[in-house]
Write a protein of this length. Sequence first.
Length: 516
Amino acid sequence: MKKVILGAVLTVLAACGVGEGRITDQGEDTKQSGSGLTWEQFRNEKVFVEPETGLFIADGDTLFESEKLLREFYDENVREGQLIVNRVGNADDKWSNTAKLNLSYCVSNSFGTRKATVVQTMAEATGAWEAAANVKFVYVSAEDANCTASNSNVVFDVNPVNVNGQYLARAFFPSNSRSARNVLIDNSAFSGGGVSFVGVLRHELGHTLGFRHEHTRPEAGASDCFEDNQWRTLTSYDSASVMHYPQCNGTGSFDDLSLTALDKQGAAALYGAPAGGGTGGGAGGGSGGGTGGGSGGGSGGGSGGGSGSTTENFTGNVGQGATSAVGPFSVTAGTTFRVVMTGTGDADLYVRFGSAPTASSYNCRPYLNGSSETCDLTVPTGITTAYVSVVGYTAASYSLAVTYTKGSSNPPTGGGTPQTATVTGSVSRGQFITYNPVTVKPGSALTVTMSGSGDPDLYVRFAGAPTTTLYDCRPYKSGAAESCSLTVPATASQVYLGVNGYQAANYSITMNYVAP
């Protein structure tokens, strides 16, 4: 329970300089090296689909909101010999300082005669975390009659589910959308059999706070229970953690599953100690990954809003694999930054504070099927700008409503000259081609998109020519369709491009950048 999920490390989209090529031999990475599971085997044998919600469950109680997310994690983790875990953004997946003190929930009347037991047990389980960290769960009984996944008057709902023992209960992570923020309890959780109901809920509520399974740490020595390495440690390893499966070399027991001293220490490290003293803990996940790049188009306008907020509206179209950027927006720390997207096709919404979002760096990316997505964030302390991008998972049309409180200063503006460069070539298996650097404006936006035949891999680096081990962007996808998008670091003035032949390939690369 000592690690909180780090934001998803998507393949970083970064731009590259194009020039004359030189050929060097490099060692070849292996794209598939471990599990041997095909996508179909993984999907059919390792994943449970909830019949009532259509959501995907893997690794016992880990939630994926769409098959698109599930496939992404298979491609990035399972195919290479890892198991499943949620990751999101380049940051800890946790509640904001405001949200953590109002984690409201309802308990559905659908529990019938068991409802009183659920209400009482939830109170006991939430109380354990409240005594451990500066968080507050709020039971809103007035919403029990309408306690559904669409009830926006509470942060999450608690509902019964009948999955015939596929899991005892499952929860969610702070980065999940409202429709997936549910604590679902199977009938089997009430049957006893050496399993503590309150212990199960303590474990699941740890996930709702953003904590991961403790048994994914290498110290557990449980290779069959390994999930991935996308986490940050908060304390030393704890085999008795409430977030540690006993069957994964844990020393705890299903008839207890209580917060340990290290659990409490870890929770307090993330959320602060409770006002009345004490500490707490847990272990959980979020989701990540993605594709993008290219270009898109759109237009916008805006109007004032209440309480000092402003709403600006934008519309546009984006092709498959293309990116349409909106903003930046000058924002005020501590206020709400909300983006609501609707449209047709399947567009993906990205939001990032401080610099343009990429496929590996963002503060919000719902990554749902279709083009209806929402990001509702609190602007962090010290942040003055927010950036929004729309990436076409398929060709799509979109409308954005961006509501925010304007800051006192304008966001950074351009300067320089926009440029487009293209390069075509071929590469044999195991051959690595690098290109001379191109001069770019620090702080400007860059995008690069590759297409072709065979399986070439795109590499980008700012500090020098990329290699198979040194790069700022390497999508590393099957086939030739790869793309990168990034803001040039303030300390960089050049970018370098490389192409590695995972298999013999022909490729064409288009780069959009800003020259000084």
